[in-house]
Write a protein that binds this ligand. Structure first.
Ligand code: NAP
Length: 251
């Protein structure tokens, strides 16, 4: 069965790298128009160029998604290009790994805000335009670190666990509109965010030992799941979280 998202527009916050880039590619391949968002224009240009080269309909937008004024400008600019996008994927996020007592408050809130504030502001900006058509999809990137954790992850786990709560409540608020809200919780994927682990032989070995499949996730593996959640096949899935982690949390 081939998923067809033609006629739909997806805003992919964090679409300029890693998992967001992979989801932008898959949704575009399935026919959706995609609006990719990040802070670095250079990163956005690279991703948009590759999607355009395949014939995709893509526009890029710079915004710091923790900034209320940036998000207000973004919503205006996106709506001018693609009125009332029906799909929103929140894939922005940063990590900073250290013990709680080593964090400054600013460092800690930067990590939490990169998940929670970015998602709140994006939902706040784009949900009103989704209402009234009987269809909408919101996907928030949480993490297995919302379910289990490791030393040094107090900020990251807090932000990601917060997203699970936000997503459940949001799903209830939007259920009667035909708008679903779900989390995807990835295990370790080979992206820029994980370079500190990948480049540390001891940490890399520890991660691989925790992965029953014996390897890191490939970014393309996120795209299929996102595409499915955006399809009509997944209209009954809402308020939940799908783990994609090579079996880490099952072991
Ligand atoms: N990779 C994994 O193994 C993994 C596992 C579990 C969960 N996750 C979650 O999945 C999501 C994507 O991770 P990833 O590995 O793809 O990360 P990544 O490769 O570092 O990409 C993150 C993207 O978010 C953008 N971004 C970060 N902060 C932003 C902000 N304040 N405003 C706008 N854009 C921002 C970045 O672009 P700019 O830097 O240009 O802004 C980049 O495009 C994150 O939420 C992450 O926590 C990842």
């Amino acid at each position: 069965m081939k998923i067809d998202l033609s006629g739909k527009t997806a805003v992919i916050v964090g679409g300029s790298g890693g998992l967001g880039e992979a989801m932008a590619n898959t949704l575009s391949d399935a026919g959706a128009a995609v609006a990719i968002v990040g802070r670095s224009q250079a990163k956005l240009d690279k991703v948009a160029g590759a999607i355009k080269a395949k014939g995709g309909n893509v526009e890029s937008f710079t915004a710091d998604m923790t900034s209320e004024s940036d998000v207000a400008r973004l919503a205006k600019d996106v709506n001018a290009k693609f009125p009332n996008p029906q799909i929103l994927i929140n894939s922005a996020g940063v990590n900073n790994r250290k013990d709680l007592t080593e964090f400054t408050l600013k460092e800690w809130t930067t990590v939490v805000d990169s998940s929670l504030v970015t998602t709140f502001l994006a939902c706040h900006a784009f949900i009103p335009g989704m209402k009234g058509t009987g269809y909408g999809r919101i996907i928030n990137l949480s993490s297995i670190m919302a379910h289990i954790s490791l030393p040094g992850r107090t900020a990251y786990s807090s932000g990601k666990a917060g997203l699970l709560g936000l997503t459940k409540a949001l799903a209830l608020e939007l259920a009667s509109e035909g708008i679903t809200a779900n989390c995807i919780s990835p295990g370790p994927f080979h992206t820029e965010m994980n370079l500190p682990v990948i480049n540390n032989p001891e940490a890399n070995k520890m991660f691989l030992q925790k992965l029953p499949v014996g390897r890191w996730g490939k970014v393309e593996e996120i795209g299929g799941l996102a595409c499915y959640l955006c399809s009509d096949l997944a209209g009954f899935i809402t308020g939940t979280d799908i783990l994609i982690d090579g079996g880490w949390t099952a072991s």
